[in-house]
Design a protein around this ligand. Sequence first.
Ligand SMILES: Cc1cc2nc3c(=O)[nH]c(=O)nc-3n(C[C@H](O)[C@H](O)[C@H](O)COP(=O)(O)O)c2cc1C
Length: 348
Amino acid sequence: MSDLRTLLGIEHPIVLGPFGGLSSTALTAAVSNAGGLGSLGLYGYDGDRIRATGAELRALTDRPYAVNVWLPMGDEVEPNPQHTVFAQALQPFYEAVGVDVPARPERYAPTLDEQLEAVWEIEPAVLSVVFGVPSDDLIEEAHRRGILIVGTATTVAEAVALDAAGVDAVVASGAEAAGHRVAFLHSAEESLVGTFALVPQMVDAVGVPVIAAGGVADRRGVAAAFALGAAGVQVGTAFLATAESAANEAHRDAIRSTAADETVLTRAMSGRLARGARNRVVRAIEASGTIAPFPMQNWLTGRFRTAAGEQNLGALQSLWMGQAAPLVRHGTAAEVFAELMAGLPATP
Ligand SMILES: Cc1cc2nc3c(=O)[nH]c(=O)nc-3n(C[C@H](O)[C@H](O)[C@H](O)COP(=O)(O)O)c2cc1C
């Protein structure tokens, strides 16, 4: 088994999962400073914000950290006249948080090229990617700069494709996990293998280290992942509930009170399938049957989600969380990290 610690230059093979839109530099640095690999989600960040975030992280930690980008899948819609129709459908939610129905923007998100230019400048130890196989150019450029590339797979076939492309490690994203299903070979609905089945099959199929993600929230999950052959774990929900996280009180309360079977996979909030609590806004958008394609829906709901977040209105936020939510301890990042470490094998 390849040693993830040597590869990544970390003390303990525990990775904080990136949170697109909800990462905090404090949490990323806390996990890196504890000896794991803190990650920070860059979805939606433009070049300047990436540079500023890199500077913040450098001030908070001198340990390795990862940043995460979403690769374009080719099916992303540009702003178009349909925007107005879909925006009107969400009017009650804008009204509820006191913001105007948003006009059509010039773009929904910064381009990957703009993001990468800034990523090369801030020089993270690791660049992790979702929603596809990075190009040869991207991998070569990263390696030339001494930056490792971690891919993310929801199936064995995706892991094999990432391995063949030359990534340095693969995250096995089981269906239990919080947030988006990052499938890229088949539809997200057809790519729902659970972590327990996925990890050993991926370990058998690829040469690079496999990092188990989805459902790991305490020492038992860590021990299980290593027993299945994982070289590390990537943990999201358990860290999202810690003191250093950017999640607001409503989101923390929801993680405290949502049962595993009350988390759902839904396209309601972004146009792509993602796991979170089925709150009022998810139920209402699903019932309306009107969901714009990605990233239009993500941008449109983002306009009221941000305001709802500031007002601590859980009913109108995206309450992303995984099926392990009831296992989560609500302490500091160091406390959660210590709990996870207790599950590591003596000689991983
Ligand atoms: C709010 C939120 C946002 C997320 N955004 C991303 C993202 O942008 N990129 C990514 O690779 N994973 C993302 N994830 C997934 C996590 O990094 C992690 O892999 C996952 O939460 C692991 O499953 P768990 O929650 O059961 O521990 C997100 C998870 C959450 C909770």
